[in-house]
Write a protein that binds this ligand. Structure first.
Ligand SMILES: NC(=O)c1ccc[n+]([C@@H]2O[C@H](COP(=O)([O-])OP(=O)(O)OC[C@H]3O[C@@H](n4cnc5c(N)ncnc54)[C@H](OP(=O)(O)O)[C@@H]3O)[C@@H](O)[C@H]2O)c1
Length: 429
């Protein structure tokens, strides 16, 4: 959120809330569209804004629900102000919490790389977005808050029939799957694909996109309890990696192996994936989930993953007739590539060919439970976070703890200055 903090605000911080008082929601969006940015800014008063802030590296308790008091946003040209309705939880945030995601700024930092909501104001030069538009938005961090400033070119209009939850579930999982399958691997009819974590957000996106190409065989590893769901979703051969050797299982079905391996695990699984490739096959490494065994950093698992990683000489690669690629959405800066890929995905959505599967939705207060669900490998599809305060009757029995006033100047992308006036401790486990 951009906008300079006025001296008045610094002198008169918002009063600390009572322990049993629910954290406030920021005021609703103005109803009429098209208000000029200057007029809108004049009308605006400092806003309370609930945000999930990573305060240090470690377990669930390091993510705090804070209420910042935001000064009226001074939008730069090309920026829009978004009222966030739903946000996506990604594996990257599990890594970020442990200090293992290099693209996340150092704490304290508001987490969140994707979300969607309604535009409340537009900066100068924003031609193709207007107040009231429902959009999907992406940023490096900072999306897990009620109101956020984002570049307009990182927002994408939502189809009318798309829910906010679906909108928040789409960008990272589906862009990753789409770019790997179609930009890198050039998936064609008749090919076979192995995807690990097949019941997770990216796994389900990969499966649905494979189904848009005729006659593609999908091998997917997942816990046994998820097999029925992923089979219905399009995985041809679900494999329980917990009780079976997936390499043996694949070889029983396809002795020559597979054409494409998508590897989000790293370590010894990358080596296995490489060996499973048919001649001219392609391995795409896009994660290192094997480093993560629980909510806190596991140095042994990290060392093991590092030690067992695939090591190849180009000579060996040439003789193997195989391709090894790396993919990381966070390092893609090409706005055109983002835009064109999102347009294709939104078109596929409108045609009913893809549809994000929502595993569960949690309010900001429940972020620890949401993360636990992923760490404990329970999710099938996307875990969503909702900025809207949990209703009184839904509240957990224990009251949130009050905290001292903290003045904070977070180094978020829009160089926002914000004052934290209240913090509600996220649920601990
Ligand atoms: N490079 C990129 O640009 C990019 C972008 C997005 C995601 N990714 C990577 O893609 C992978 C999937 O990400 P996602 O956000 O879609 O998450 P996710 O798939 O929802 O992850 C959770 C599921 O993965 C499985 N899993 C396997 N190993 C796990 C582990 N060590 N810890 C927790 N769960 C594990 C579990 O299901 P089962 O027990 O059924 O296997 C679990 O339910 C991650 O490695 C992530 O880093 C990379």
């Amino acid at each position: 959120m951009s906008g300079e903090e006025t001296p008045t605000q610094q002198q008169q911080p918002e009063q600390e809330k009572q322990p049993d008082e629910p954290p406030p929601s920021a005021p609703e969006a103005p109803q009429e569209s098209g208000a000029s940015p200057a007029a809108a800014a004049e009308e605006e008063k400092p806003l309370p804004c609930r945000a999930l802030v990573l305060t240090g590296y470690g377990g669930y308790d390091k993510i705090k629900l804070q209420v910042k008091t935001l000064s009226p946003p001074q939008l730069k040209p090309g920026e829009v102000l978004l009222r966030v309705k739903a946000c996506g939880l990604n594996f990257a945030e599990l890594l970020g919490k442990q200090g293992l995601y290099e693209l996340l700024p150092a704490p304290p930092v508001t987490l969140g790389m994707e979300g969607c909501g309604v535009i409340e104001a537009c900066g100068e030069d924003v031609k193709d977005r207007k107040v009231g538009d429902r959009v999907i938005a992406l940023d490096r961090s900072g999306m897990w808050q009620e109101v956020v400033v984002v570049p307009a070119n990182r927002t994408f209009p939502m189809p009318e029939e798309m829910s906010f939850e679906e909108g928040a579930a789409l960008p990272i999982n589906y862009l990753t799957a789409y770019m790997m399958l179609f930009e890198m691997a050039n998936l064609r009819p008749g090919k076979s694909v192995l995807i690990h974590m097949a019941a997770g957000g990216v796994g389900i996106a990969v499966t649905q996109l494979c189904k848009t190409v005729p006659d593609v065989t999908v091998f997917g590893t997942a816990s046994a309890s998820k097999h029925e769901t992923i089979s219905q979703g399009g995985v041809t051969h679900p494999i329980d990696y917990r009780t079976k050797d997936y390499v043996e299982e694949i070889r029983k079905i396809s002795p020559k192996g597979v054409n494409i391996v998508l590897d989000p695990l790293g370590g010894s699984d990358t080596q296995k994936g490489f060996n499973l490739l048919k001649p001219l096959g392609q391995l795409i490494v896009f994660g290192a989930a094997n480093c993560v065994t629980g909510q806190k950093k596991n140095l042994l698992a990290m060392a093991k993953t590092w030690y067992n990683q695939l090591s190849l000489s180009t000579m060996k690669l040439m003789q193997a007739n195989k391709a090894v690629c790396g993919f990381h959405l966070g390092y893609i800066q090409d706005e055109e590539l983002f835009g064109s890929s999102m347009m294709k995905l939104l078109e596929l959505y409108k045609q009913g060919k893809i549809k994000p599967r929502i595993d569960s939705c949690y309010h900001f207060e429940e972020v620890a439970e949401a993360m636990k669900r992923m760490h404990e490998r329970q999710n099938i599809g996307k875990v969503i976070l909702l900025p809207e305060a949990k209703k009184e009757e839904e509240k957990p029995k224990s009251n949130p703890e009050p905290v001292e006033n903290v003045e904070k100047n977070e180094d978020a992308p829009a160089q926002q200055k914000e004052e934290v006036t209240e913090e509600v401790k996220a649920e601990e486990n």
